[in-house]
Design a protein around this ligand. Structure first.
Ligand code: ARG
Length: 468
């Protein structure tokens, strides 16, 4: 730490080096512009480390509390610094924190790095950050789930077509449709919780790669940082970024779910479908075509998976083939992870807003649900009850659909005579079975779309999401 020139802080390895770092080297090597994001985690980790050094007898209790007070002060100041303090000349956030600490407590600050390396430090910081991000994303996913449950509650029994191959298949209720996304998002919460668990291990005490020589209590350190346990192998601890990959996986799948929701809502909002109306506040107009109302927010949500997956691939690829233990390649882990989290947070929040402000055009939904001969499965089921084997019933119902298509009408518009021409067992009671109401009500199985089942599912979700 001896050589300083032109106001630039000395590098942390000053003793071994004679010349100064090339400016292009610094441009490629310095990471403060990116890892400033970890400043609060670095300070938390440093406070915990000071206590560990106190426990090991390296620092006196008085020194520990001086360091702790100064770092707490620094934490407040750092929170008020809006962008990375590049003029400080610090190479990375770890250097910055140490520099600032030393400014405040003098040479005592230089003791903090005893028995620690930036390798176990950065692994700790990133783990702390990932744990917090998991918690934030889980909260945001739950908000979106609440918006969907609210829509579902409002329209628990209102019909809408259900599709396969984007062809009308069988009617479902809007509540059932909304809850399908709630279920997907619930699995995203599970994945985020699992990623959180993976990240919650403490690398501190691993030092550069082989373990620290000072007798720190690693379990106590882990607890102090809110981690569940210390990592078990120092070589692995400083070079493991799997926990960040797990987060990226969880966020890619979540982004994929969001993109499916977005695409469906985009289709539902077209003039051709007109099932929903999007709120003006989350759409935009055209500079040329006065009639346009574009679903930009939904389109950007749909696009989000590209970024999520790109970042995931970036991180996975940069880790491939790395020898043990730390390699500088690993510094490149942060931009994709940070970017994915910022984006996912934004997309989850806007998705909740779009959903909340969407109105369903119930008439159009119902009209579409009645059309498309989507009650033909019901006709086949009806024949099964009258003793016809399902394959034959399917055939008869198919022929009746052709009759209806030829006549430009629905199945329930066919005369009883026509029905009977195709199957003598069809009676007057077929008409009651073909109504939209009956078709919905009969899907009365756990997980089915019968309005009573949907209401049950909604109640369960309301309870589990803490909705009144
Ligand atoms: N800025 C570095 C990173 O993010 C910190 C660790 C540096 N360690 C080292 N041995 N040079 O990975």
């Amino acid at each position: 730490m001896s050589k300083t020139s032109g106001g630039k802080p000395a590098a942390m390895w000053g003793g071994r080096f004679e010349g100064e770092a090339d400016e292009l080297f610094r441009a490629v090597n310095d990471s403060l512009g990116v890892d400033w994001e970890l400043v609060q985690q670095d300070i938390r980790g440093s406070i915990a480390w000071a206590h560990a050094l106190g426990g090991a007898g390296v620092l006196t209790p008085d020194e520990v509390s001086k360091i702790e007070d100064a770092l707490k002060e620094l934490s407040k100041e750092a929170a008020a610094i809006p962008s990375p303090p590049l003029p400080s000349g610090a190479e990375d956030v770890h250097t910055w924190v140490e520099q600032e600490l030393t400014k405040r407590v003098g040479s005592l600050g230089k003791k903090l790095h005893t028995g620690r390396s930036r390798n176990d430090q950065v692994a700790t910081d990133l783990r702390l950050w990932v744990v917090e991000q998991c918690e934030h994303r889980i909260a945001e996913v739950k908000c979106l789930q609440r918006s969907l449950v609210a829509i579902g509650s409002k329209h628990a029994s209102d019909p809408i077509p259900g599709y396969t191959h984007l062809q009308r298949a069988q009617p479902v209720t809007i509540g059932h449709w909304a809850l399908a996304y709630v279920e997907m998002l619930a699995r995203d919460v599970d994945r985020l919780e699992s990623a959180r668990g993976m990240a919650a291990r403490s690398p501190l005490g691993s030092a550069a790669l082989a373990g620290t020589t000072f007798r720190v209590d690693r379990s106590e350190l882990a607890m102090r940082l809110g981690f569940s346990a210390p990592t078990r192998n120092s070589l692995d601890a400083v070079s493991d970024r799997d926990f960040a990959l797990d987060l990226m996986h969880a966020s890619s799948v979540c982004s994929m779910h969001l993109s499916r929701l977005a695409e469906e809502m985009i289709i539902f909002a077209t003039g051709e479908f007109a099932f929903i109306t999007l709120d003006d506040s989350v759409t935009s107009g055209s500079s040329l075509m006065p009639q346009k109302k574009n679903p930009d927010a939904l389109e950007l949500i749909r696009a989000g998976v590209g970024r999520a997956l790109g970042n995931y691939t970036n991180l996975l690829t940069l880790l491939k083939g790395l020898t043990l233990a730390y390699n500088k390649d690993m510094q490149e882990d942060k931009p994709p992870v940070f970017d994915s989290m910022r984006r996912l947070s934004l997309l989850l929040r806007i998705a909740a807003r779009v959903v909340e402000r969407t109105t369903f055009n119930l008439e159009a939904c119902e009209r579409a649900a009645r059309g498309g001969h989507a009650n033909s499965t019901e006709l086949a089921d009806y024949l099964v009850e009258k003793g016809t084997p399902f394959r034959d019933a399917h055939e008869v119902a198919g022929r009746l659909v052709r009759e209806a298509l030829a006549g430009g009408c629905s199945l329930e518009d066919l005369s009883l005579e026509t029905f009977k021409k195709h199957h003598p067992h069809i009676e007057q009671d077929v008409y009651a079975r073909l109504t939209l109401d009956a078709v919905l009500k009969r899907r009365d199985v756990f997980g089915g779309t019968a309005p009573a089942r949907v209401r049950e599912a909604i109640d369960a979700w309301r309870r589990s999401l803490g909705m009144s």
